[in-house]
Design a protein around this ligand. Sequence first.
Ligand SMILES: NC(=O)c1ccc[n+]([C@@H]2O[C@H](COP(=O)([O-])OP(=O)(O)OC[C@H]3O[C@@H](n4cnc5c(N)ncnc54)[C@H](O)[C@@H]3O)[C@@H](O)[C@H]2O)c1
Length: 326
Amino acid sequence: MLKIVVTGGCGFIGSHLVERLAGAGHKVVVYDTSPPPPDLPLDGMDNVRHVRGDVIDTSSLAAVITPDVDLIYHLSAMVGVDRYLRQPLDVIDVNVLGTRNVLRLALAADAQVVVASTSEVYGKNPQVPWSEDSDRVLGGTSADRWTYSTSKALAEHMTFAMAREHGLQATVVRYFNVYGPRQRSAYVVSRSVRRVLTGHAPEMYDSGAQTRCFTYVDDAIEGTVRAASSPAAQGECFNIGSHQETSVSEVIRLVRKIAGFTGGNDTLDTGVAFGAVYQDIERRIPETTKARTALGWQCAVPLEEGITRTIEWARRNPWWLRGPFD
Ligand SMILES: NC(=O)c1ccc[n+]([C@@H]2O[C@H](COP(=O)([O-])OP(=O)(O)OC[C@H]3O[C@@H](n4cnc5c(N)ncnc54)[C@H](O)[C@@H]3O)[C@@H](O)[C@H]2O)c1
């Protein structure tokens, strides 16, 4: 049994990770500025403690990352296109300063760290699939869209530097379009599910021809946990994503079919809605040989199955359906 801190443990991926770790009997401290999701009452769980705090606040964070902590999963971040277009400075502060704080305290506590990163670090590199060493290809700094990618890349650089220069036990996982229960409605699967289950037409950005490799949250959690427990993962980073390249229009079609929605689609012209600061990525595909070889990990949940589970969960959780569209 380990003592584990999960930053961002009240968020989408973090809350699933907390459930998994608590279920395995670990002692878990959740550190997050947000309250837990209504269907995961952390206060009722014996081996879980929720501390409400900000990763930028070093003294509050230091009270949680103490020398008895074995492992930290650092997931707290400002995530989502809506946020990096509206709050680019907060994105940079939380993702860079917050990560620096977590890494420094982890080193002082002699704790191991797994840092959540993103496929966004590859930017718009047209040469897919992306292996872990692929180039980062970004647009200019006048487009706020790249603040997230850049902040996460800097978080990765800090992690690798701390591992190399100071011997920090650290691993980076780069998630690719994770979806599933509890996700904010700012993403194509969660947004389409909420829309069709509340009688609204799904909203397709532009032509819907852009492709993604949608990764069910349970698969992402499995990859994350394996990254923490594998000695070969120290100082390394891993793409954690599905191989099933799917267009946005196809994923919307699947949501409609599984939910039994018969109405049409709405379309959103991102150039008009968001302006030039928004730059979409045509194809986003991971090369996952490294995770398969070093962690013995690959996705197990096909897209149709994952969407079905997400819709079934949403039907059982009206609090989520009642939420505003992000
Ligand atoms: N969902 C995806 O598809 C995806 C893809 C790539 C990477 N990621 C990464 O995975 C991690 C989790 O993402 P998610 O989808 O669960 O996002 P999320 O927004 O649901 O969760 C993030 C959590 O961090 C918390 N948080 C934000 N700022 C904080 C701060 N200053 N101090 C403490 N807590 C703070 C939020 O309250 C939230 O609970 C993030 O690091 C994100 O960059 C997610």
